[in-house]
Design a protein around this ligand. Structure first.
Ligand SMILES: *[C@@H]1O[C@H](CO)[C@@H](O)[C@H](O)[C@H]1NC(C)=O
Ligand SMILES: *[C@@H]1O[C@H](CO)[C@@H](O)[C@H](O)[C@H]1NC(C)=O
Ligand SMILES: *[C@@H]1O[C@H](CO)[C@@H](O)[C@H](O)[C@H]1NC(C)=O
Ligand SMILES: *[C@@H]1O[C@H](CO)[C@@H](O)[C@H](O)[C@H]1NC(C)=O
Ligand SMILES: *[C@@H]1O[C@H](CO)[C@@H](O)[C@H](O)[C@H]1NC(C)=O
Ligand SMILES: *[C@@H]1O[C@H](CO)[C@@H](O)[C@H](O)[C@H]1NC(C)=O
Ligand SMILES: *[C@@H]1O[C@H](CO)[C@@H](O)[C@H](O)[C@H]1NC(C)=O
Ligand SMILES: *[C@@H]1O[C@H](CO)[C@@H](O)[C@H](O)[C@H]1NC(C)=O
Ligand SMILES: *[C@@H]1O[C@H](CO)[C@@H](O)[C@H](O)[C@H]1NC(C)=O
Ligand SMILES: *[C@@H]1O[C@H](CO)[C@@H](O)[C@H](O)[C@H]1NC(C)=O
Length: 598
């Protein structure tokens, strides 16, 4: 009895000791007399972020970095000594009396420094904030702007919520992201994600010194060629352009979401969110990977449309500069005017639904209206196009282009118009309308009108079908649940076409065995062909699935918001009677797993 009591007290003592050790190794502030060495960490007050030493991927080298504290996969969001790795288990982080963070190797040499100095600094301390920002400040001064140094102002390859991307015009500070060399090597790689410094700013991914991708300029709602930024319930974004600074940043709607944006070693801009259920990162969008997003694919004055084959066309009033190249699908030589412009008597051709051309030679004015803008462009003979700067509330501001129009694309998700300078004889020549016709918006309208005419016809067929089948519960087919659920979906404003049951039944030959692609616990996947020839995959959720209508709508909303450009596209959905179906575009070389498991 006695011995077991002793045993227990020893255990309790051990545990308390362990606890003390634990708290001793994870601290939340360091001052000039403390340091962080191997196995020690600095942790943010709520535990979301941790600063310490880590080894990325397969690497044998050690780096001082910041990672997420509450998730199971060590994911670095910032690295101090990215160019000067530690080769052994040495290395200590210290804070100097001047407020400089220094990383020392085992022989006491400084291998990295924050290079801050304010002397004399009154009692400097370093703290890791709940936002993931490592801050050096004077102990009694909690105003972020007064801090001596912030890791958020020295980003590596990751943009966290609240972190600014852009530049400060007063301090000259440049907040751009630089990719890692490889997943094992945080040293500076080939790609930089930045806000362009010339003309009206836009996001640019540079490969060494060449542009690889650009987002299009900010139009008040989003960057004009970026559909990832459409309104959603997960994050909002802010764009600031004033005399002191230009930046862009994300704000999470719910701070419990774990989110990051990374420029990958291959130069892709990737947004990830952490999924607790699967304990893994979900890549929910990659900005720059469809073919039309390859910078200037169609050359000067060309326009790219992912729906067309070939993808490149010349802007209205322009013709290929070197026709033979163009016909051999080398579009890089671009297009030239068919009819030269004659300054005083030119007009403008409106082109709708585009990602605006590169703005590095642009001029802008926030307070002009479109009429003043047109006049401004007309009276300067080198102005080639104009548009509104901000498309909200019917449009405001003025953006002018000079010289060639580069990297324009058809971009339907967008209410963006541009007005191109044209010789009067080229105006309304049909080509401009051709560009318009290619836009998705029109296609959607046509598609939905085809669908609704089809629906009428199908309704007729349906009545016969129902009579034949004499199904029991079908008396209420045209009312009740079907209408309610569809209108409910519409009210949710999903921006996603609704397919009716009969269209899908027709496309899949009444969900026949022959058109079955596979089956899983959730239900069955069918291959189908729509009347317009498009091939689709229909995921028909099991009737026994206990998922309610609201959950289903939420799931669909989630998929739409997080839609990954490069994965199979969700074309629409269908909720009728007790059927719930998701309609994807069918890609013959995609694994069936995708349709089954998403
Ligand atoms: C640094 O922090 C430690 C622990 O909180 C404290 O004991 C020490 O007095 C501090 N030193 C200075 C210079 O503030
Ligand atoms: C670690 O080793 C690499 C390659 O051998 C060397 O370039 C680097 O300077 C070393 N780092 C330190 C901190 O000694
Ligand atoms: C520490 O860094 C210095 C300067 O980079 C280097 O000369 C020295 O060899 C390093 N010491 C160790 C033990 O890596
Ligand atoms: C700090 O300054 C030194 C010398 O000017 C420079 O080599 C080093 O790259 C700077 N460190 C940082 C993190 O800017
Ligand atoms: C720009 O900086 C100056 C001086 O710090 C300040 O007075 C002014 O309010 C700032 N402007 C904006 C728009 O923040
Ligand atoms: C934020 O998300 C968490 C977990 O998903 C949830 O429990 C919480 O209610 C959400 N908070 C708000 C304000 O929506
Ligand atoms: C430009 O237009 C004016 C007025 O119509 C005309 O006189 C002039 O010849 C034109 N110039 C060219 C190069 O077409
Ligand atoms: C704008 O970009 C084009 C294409 O990259 C380049 O040729 C031109 O020099 C740039 N102009 C300015 C002012 O940066
Ligand atoms: C912008 O346009 C407004 C209205 O036309 C004008 O008052 C203002 O001076 C212009 N600003 C610049 C910088 O040109
Ligand atoms: C036309 O605009 C360009 C670019 O802003 C400018 O350099 C040039 O002086 C302007 N020309 C006239 C006549 O206003």
């Amino acid at each position: 009895m006695r011995t077991s009591m002793d045993y227990i007290s020893v255990l309790v003592l051990c545990f308390s000791l362990l606890l003390i050790l634990e708290t001793a190794t994870a601290i939340d502030t360091i001052n000039t007399t403390q340091s962080i060495g191997d196995g020690q960490t600095l942790i943010s007050a709520d535990g979301t972020y941790v600063l310490g030493f880590f080894k990325p991927g397969e690497s044998k080298s050690r780096y001082l970095g910041i990672w997420f504290g509450k998730i199971s996969v060590v994911t670095a969001v910032w690295v101090a000594n990215r160019e000067t790795p530690l080769n052994d288990s040495s290395g200590v982080l210290r804070l100097t009396n001047e407020g400089s963070l220094v990383l020392l190797n085992s022989s006491g040499s400084i291998i990295w420094s924050s290079n801050t100095s304010r002397s004399p600094a009154r009692n400097p301390v370093a703290q890791l904030l709940d936002s993931g920002n490592l801050v050096v400040k004077e102990e009694d001064d909690d105003i972020l702007e007064n801090s001596l140094w912030q890791s958020f102002e020295h980003p590596t390859d990751t943009l966290l919520p609240e972190m600014k991307q852009g530049w400060n015009k007063i301090t000259g500070m440049d907040w751009s992201l630089t990719s890692w060399k490889s997943p094992d090597d945080p040293a500076r790689g080939h790609f930089i994600d930045m806000l362009s410094p010339n003309g009206y700013p836009e996001i640019q991914v540079m490969e060494d010194s060449k542009v690889k991708y650009r987002s299009g300029p900010w139009n008040g709602l989003r960057f004009s060629g970026s559909n990832q930024l459409k309104q959603n319930t997960r994050y909002t974004f802010e764009f600031v352009y004033n005399e002191n600074e230009t930046f862009y940043r994300y704000h999470l709607v719910n701070n419990s979401m774990v989110w990051r944006l990374v420029i990958s070693p291959e130069g892709d801009l990737q947004r990830f969110t952490w999924i607790d259920q699967t304990q893994s990162w979900l890549l929910f969008s990659t900005a720059n990977t469809d073919n039309c997003e390859r910078y200037a694919l169609c050359g000067a004055n060309g326009i790219c449309s992912i729906q067309n084959s070939p993808m490149c066309d010349c802007l209205h009033g322009f013709v290929p500069k070197i026709r033979s190249d163009w016909e051999a699908t080398d579009w890089s030589s671009g297009c030239v005017r068919r009819t030269p412009v004659n300054c005083s008597v030119d007009g403008f051709q409106k082109v709708s639904g585009v990602k605006l051309p590169q703005t590095n030679t642009s001029w802008f004015n926030k307070s002009m209206n479109l009429e003043e803008c047109k006049y401004m462009c007309l009276k300067n003979c080198s102005c080639t196009a104009y548009s509104n700067l901000d498309i909200r509330d019917g449009g405001s501001g003025c953006l002018l282009w000079f010289g060639d129009l580069v990297d324009t694309r058809v971009f339907s998700q967008n209410e963006q118009d541009i007005y191109l300078r044209m010789a009067a004889s080229e105006l309304g020549n049909g080509d401009g309308a051709k560009v318009n016709d290619k836009s998705n918006t029109k296609k959607m309208i046509i598609l939905s009108s085809v669908l609704s005419t089809g629906t009428l016809l199908l309704c007729l067929a349906m009545v016969l079908y129902i009579r034949n089948r004499k199904q029991r519960r079908n008396r209420k087919v045209s009312g009740g649940f079907e209408r309610n659920s569809n209108s409910k979906l519409r009210k949710e404003n999903l921006d996603l076409p609704l397919f009716d049951l009969y269209t899908l039944a027709a496309a899949t030959m009444d969900f026949s065995e022959d058109s079955k692609l596979g089956e899983g616990g959730f239900g069955t996947v069918y291959k189908g062909t729509l009347k317009d020839g498009r091939e689709i995959a229909v995921k028909r959720l099991s009737k026994f699935s206990r998922q309610g209508l609201d959950e289903f709508i939420n799931e669909v909303k989630h998929i739409v918001e997080l839609q990954h450009r490069n994965l199979v596209k969700l074309l629409g959905c269908c909720i009728e009677r007790d059927e719930k179906m998701l309609v994807y575009e069918f890609l013959s070389n995609k694994s069936l797993d995708f349709f089954i498991f998403g």
